[in-house]
Each structure stands twice: as C-alpha cells, then as structure tokens.
Design a protein around this ligand. Structure first.
Ligand code: ADP
Length: 705
C-alpha cells in the first residue's frame, strides 16, 4: 500500500514517471489483453481443429466399417449365386453340402454360414448342428432374402441364440464387465450378447426360382482384426503428431466389445464402458459425439457415432480417437513460448523505454536540481555540458545562459544597492550635521534672548547701584573733611569703607562693561602690541614678584594692530592675572607675540600667554568663557575671560585656549591688523563663548610648549 502511495507520489511529482506511465500503459495493458485474446483464439482454433480432425477420422472409420459390412454382404451374395453352391445343392448327400459351406465360410472369413430352404428350414450349416430359433427367420437380413432381396445389417443377438448357432460363438462373445468410472450404472457383471454383421442372400435355381436363402455373419465381439484395421487406416503410421496414439472401438450398447484402447498393463480395455454422458448423447439421442472425452484412464479427442441394426435401432457405437495429452502439451508449450516471447519483449521494451526516458529527462532533472540549489543560495550552480542535442538539451543550455544573465543583473543590482546605501548614509550624516547645527542655532537663540534680558537687568541694576555708591564716597569725603584731625581714630575704618565702596564701583563698572561693551570702547589707534605687553608686565610686576614667577618673553610681532589701547591692556592684564593665580607656588610665565598667518595671508598678530600653573580640567575647558563661570569661590567674578573675549571679538579677533591639567595653560589672543567690527547688540557673553568654541575647534589654539 505504501509502495503504491510512493508510486502515486512520484507520479504526481515527476514528469518522467508521468510520460513513462503514458508510454508503458498501452504496452502493459495491451500486451496482457493481446495475450488473453491469443490464448482464447488459440484455444478456440485448437478445439476447432481437433473437431475437424476427429470428425473426418470418424467419417473414415464409418466408411471402413460400412465397407466391411457390405463386404460381408457382397461375399455372401457371391456365394449364393456361385456355381459351387449350385453344384453343392445338386448333390444330395447332406454332409457334402455342409462340408462345402464350411469351406466357403472359411474362405470368406465368416463365423457362421447357413443354407435355409424357402420355408426357412435349415438345409445345411458350415459348423455343427444349429437349432435356429423361430425368431431367426424374422431377422431383417433373412426376412429380406426370403423375399428375394439381399441385405446386410448389424444385429445384436442374445446368448441363447448364439449358443443355438454355435456354442463356440457364445464363448467368444462372453465378456466380463469391468467397472468403469463415469459410466452409467449396470447391475450385470458380464456381457453375453453378441454383435454380428449379418448378411443374407436369396438362392435361385437355374430357372430363376427362389429355392432358399444363404445367410451368414461375422461376430464382432472381440473382433480385434476390424478395430485394428480401422485404426491402421484412420491413423496411419506417422499421421498423428507428437507421439499421440490413435484408437478405434466397437461398442455393444455402451460396452467395449472390440477395441485397441489399452488398460494399464497393456491389456485391451474390453468390457469397460463408455461414460454416461457419451452414452446418453450417442445411444440415447442418436447424435454424434465430437470432442474430448475421458476414455478408460486418459483424455482422448474422441468421435462416437451410433451403430444401428436392420430395424434402425441403435444397438452400439463406433468410436475413433487419439490421445490429447501430447497435443495439449504441444499447445501449452506453444502458448507458453508465445507468452514468454511477449513477456520478454515487453520487459525489454520497458527497460529500453526506461533508459531512453532517463536520457531524455536527464537535462530536465538536472535543471530541477540546479533550481533547487539556486534556491538554497548557490548562485554558481549550472546545468553544464550535456550530451543531449535535442530541444530539451538546448533548453538546458538556454537555462544556463538565463542564470548567467540573472547573476550579472543581480550583481549590478547589488552594486546599485551598495551605492544607494552609501548615498543614504552620507545624506543621513549631512542631515544629522544640519540637525546639530540647527539645534545649536536654536540653543544660541534661546541663550541670546536670556542673556540679553540679563544684560538689560544688569545695566539697570548697575546704574542704580552707582549713584548710592557715589553718594557714599562723596559723603565719606565730606565726613573726613568735617572731622579733620578728629577722624584720626577711625581713619583706618574710613579707608576700608572707601576701599570697599571702590570695589563695589569697580564690580559695577565691569558689569556695565559686560552688559554694554560698546559704551566703553573709547577711541581706536594703531597699537604696538609688543609695547602693550611690556606695559602690562610693568603693571603686574608686583604680583609676579610676590609669587616668585619667572617671566619670559619673545616678542616677534612687528605690525601694529588697530585697537583701543586700554582695552587690549585690560585683556592682557586679565590673562596675566589669571596665570599668576594659577601658579600660587610660582612658575614660569611666557609671553609671545607673532604674526598671524592664514593661507599665506598676514591677517594680524597673535599673542600667547602661557603659564606652568594647575591647568584647566577637561570638563571646565568648555565653560571658562561663559559669563559668571569661576572656580575661585569668594574671590572671582567669572567675568574676566568673558569680557576679554567680548572685547577681542568686537574687533573681529578671538581668544583660544589649550591646557594640560597639572602642567599649565596657554591662552592665545588673535588680533586683526584691521578690525572687522562685530557689534552685535545682544548676548556678548554667549557670542564670545560660541566663537571661542569654533576657534578652539579649527586648530587656532596652540599646544603648550
Ligand atoms: P575669575 O578669574 O574671576 O574666576 P575669569 O573669567 O577670569 O574669572 O576666569 C574664569 C575661570 O577660568 C577661572 O575661575 C579659572 O578657573 C579659569 N582660568 C582662567 N585663566 C586660567 C589660567 N591661566 N590657569 C588656570 N585656570 C584659569
């Protein structure tokens, strides 16, 4: 069942199996059909042939039997008309007549011969002294001869009649019955009747007057000469093929009384009986039997015909037949050879078809395998060279070509995809950058707004504070003048108040400067940067010395810078003071000036202020230019760098820083020879920080040396 399912599955999946089934189906269905037809036709033809053969055999046997019969009649008529009989009749001595009849019977092979007078009385007999029963005269042959007509017929006579004719005949006729399979039941154990060919002819005197009847006959029981003769005529030597054996039989009723059919030990099958079926058809219905029949112990192709007596009653049968087995074997052998040939041819055809189909479908199967490999990712899979040059072979070649084209296109697509990826990534990066810039711009805007508001507030508050401070200082002066010498005990306190008030004023001024840088600009002139550096050193000398700081200068700048001198001084002092504060335990302060060159162009001058102080922490570096950012809690304002940057930036310059925590810092002031004013009204502090950030990013800063 599973195998059948497997085949159905293969049939559904494989074109080769489908086409093969298509080709083989007629062969596998047609051949058995053809064989069946050959078998049936063969059998029919065989049966018909056997029928023809046996029917012609039966005709031959019948003819011969009739000839024997009429031969007896002819012999008897010849004797009746013979001179010999006439002269015997003329002889009055009855012994002489009997002798003459005896010799006549012997000559013509008759088993009995009687001469009757015209009244039916026995005149003479060839053997013994028969006492013929009265019915004897009613025998058809005798009765006919009495009327002057010669007649021969087959007759059955009972044992007593035989005894009356000749006791030897009765003994010869006696036959024990042999029990036979399939025969009709018969209670008798022997057959003692006799079957005879009985002939009678009228005997005339010279004047053609009927003077008597000559009658005689031949006993057929055990008359093997006749059946052997029939057999010899019908089945001449070599007339039956393949060693088949011909047989002939005479039946009295259904009992074999003369036959050459043999029983087991070569003994003739006398006393055996015919099957009931044959008996019913031939003796009962009076029809010939032509066909196979079980005879004694084997199947024979048989022909039976009824034998009738003078009154047209069926009294026995004539049979001829031949052994069927050798012919049947020959037929079966022939059929077997035919079937075997068909089978071998079919098998051979199937094998050849299979092999051929395989070679035809190989390209398709290889294409299928290639498709599966390609599906699994092996894009290099190809059908390759094929021996087949037919359409399918060419198709496989085209298929490879198609795969090559596909692979090329795929490669191109992949390249385009990579290119696209790269472009998308570049565009995404650009967008991200733009986004960052946008975010920065947005933050800048918000910060600008905030710082503008702070600036506004600071300016207002500063103005408000300046006036009371001026009043305090003025009144302090008044107080000192009024008190005069009396103020001596509190001079120190007055000085401290004055000093602190001055500190307030300075802080306020710085705040104002931070909030309104433009208002403190003053005039601009061409300034010798190196000279300003020297001035600043003089002004901060006291602080430097106090901390024991060594100062180095290398002032190589030679061009002037257009700037407000005091503003530049303020910026540099601021940087120097920060440097000093970064070196509480002393160190080295280096001041450098050089030409600011960019892409071969001399833009202005750059001043470097380098210290060996504590340096600036990485996280603070971004914030030191922010307004109010300080690490000097209590003493710092966080405005120094912010204001310095704002000042420098206003002239189109910038301040950059680089620092190594624990090693020192370097601030660089980039000043244009010709200022490019940037008077943006809002957020100077933020602007400074922003510009410083960019300056630091494009390499404007110098590493510490
Ligand atoms: P302040 O000096 O009042 O704190 P600044 O704006 O001048 O305000 O300086 C801001 C901060 O920058 C300082 O608090 C300090 O931390 C740092 N700073 C400035 N200059 C130096 C320097 N040369 N060495 C180390 N830190 C410095």
């Amino acid at each position: 069942m599973r195998r059948l399912g497997g085949f159905a599955d293969r049939l559904a999946r494989s074109v080769r199996v489908k086409l093969l089934a298509l080709v083989l189906a007629p062969l596998l269905l047609g051949v058995p059909l053809l064989l069946g037809m050959v078998w049936s036709w063969g059998n029919e033809a065989y049966d018909r042939l056997m029928g023809f053969k046996i029917s012609s055999d039966l005709v031959t046997a019948h003819e011969y039997f009739e000839r024997v019969k009429s031969g007896v009649g002819r012999d008897l008529s010849a004797l009746a008309n013979s001179r010999a009989l006439a002269s015997a009749l003329a002889d009055t001595a009855p012994e002489r007549l009997a002798q003459r009849l005896q010799s006549m019977a012997l000559t013509d092979g008759l088993d009995f011969l009687h001469l009757l007078d015209r009244d039916g009385r026995l005149l003479a007999a060839a053997a013994g002294q028969p006492r013929l029963p009265a019915e004897w005269l009613g025998m058809p042959a005798v009765a006919a001869a009495m009327t002057g007509a010669a007649l021969t017929s087959v007759e059955v006579v009972d044992a007593s009649t035989l005894e009356a004719i000749d006791p030897a005949l009765r003994r010869r006729a006696y036959l024990p019955l042999v029990p036979t399979e399939a025969a009709a039941p018969d209670r008798r154990s022997f057959e003692d009747r006799g079957m005879i060919i009985h002939a009678a002819a009228p005997v005339y005197d010279d004047a053609r007057h009927l003077i008597g009847v000559l009658e005689g006959g031949v006993l057929l029981n055990g008359n093997l000469a006749i059946v052997d003769r029939i057999n010899a005529i019908v089945y001449k030597e070599g007339s039956l093929p393949l060693g088949s054996l011909g047989t002939a039989t005479l039946f009295l009723g259904d009992t074999r009384i003369a036959t050459n059919v043999r029983l087991f030990e070569g003994q003739r099958a006398l006393g055996t009986r015919v099957s009931r079926a044959v008996r019913d058809q031939v003796l009962g219905a009076g029809r010939d039997w032509l066909g196979t029949a079980f005879v004694v112990n084997e199947i024979y192709v048989s022909g039976y015909e009824p034998v009738t007596n003078g009154r047209d009653e069926r009294v026995g049968m004539l049979y001829v037949g031949f052994l069927e087995a050798p012919l049947r074997h020959a037929k079966q052998l022939g059929m077997f050879a035919l079937f075997a040939t068909f089978l071998v041819l079919s098998l051979l055809g199937s094998v050849l078809s299979l092999r051929w189909a395989r070679s035809v479908f190989k390209p398709i199967e290889r294409m299928n395998a290639v498709i599966q490999r390609v599906e699994q990712g092996d894009s290099a899979a190809r059908v390759g060279e094929l021996a087949s040059r037919d359409e399918i072979g060419r198709l496989a070649g085209e298929f490879d070509h198609l795969l090559d084209t596909l692979a090329t296109k795929q490669e191109e697509l992949r390249r385009w995809a990579d290119e696209l990826d790269r472009k998308v990534m570049a565009r995404t990066a650009e967008l991200a950058e733009t986004n960052a810039s946008l975010r920065q711009a947005q933050q800048q805007l918000v910060m600008s707004e905030k710082l503008a508001a702070i600036g506004e507030l600071t300016a207002g508050v500063a103005h408000e504070i300046n006036n009371p401070v001026a009043v305090i200082q003025g009144n302090l002066d008044v107080l000192r003048e009024v008190l005069g010498p009396s103020a001596a005990p509190v001079r120190e306190e007055i000085r401290l108040i004055h000093q602190q008030a001055d500190r307030i004023r300075q802080i306020v001024t710085k705040l104002l400067q931070f909030a309104r840088p433009g208002e403190f600009a003053g005039y601009v002139e061409t300034v010798d940067v190196n000279a300003v550096v020297d001035d600043c050193l003089v002004l901060t000398r006291h602080n430097l010395d106090k901390r024991g700081i060594r100062v180095e200068t290398r002032l190589d700048a030679h061009a002037g810078v257009e700037i407000n001198r005091s503003e530049l001084q303020q910026v540099l002092i601021n940087l120097i003071v920060n440097a000093v504060q970064a070196m509480p335990a002393g160190g080295r302060l280096t001041l450098l000036s050089e030409v600011w060159l960019e892409q071969g162009l001399q833009l202005g001058t750059v001043i470097h202020v380098r210290d060996t102080g504590q340096g600036i922490a990485g996280e603070d570096l971004d914030r030191i230019f922010d307004p109010f950012f300080t690490t000097k809690r209590g003493s710092g304002t966080g405005l120094g760098l912010s204001i310095s940057y704002t000042i420098v930036q206003r002239y189109g310059g910038r301040i950059t820083v680089s620092s190594t925590p624990g090693a020192g810092s370097e601030f660089s002031v980039w000043l244009r020879s010709q200022p490019e004013y940037d008077d943006s009204p809002s957020a100077p502090g933020f602007e400074a920080r922003w510009r410083r950030g960019r300056g630091g990013g494009d390499g404007g800063g110098q590493p510490l040396r």
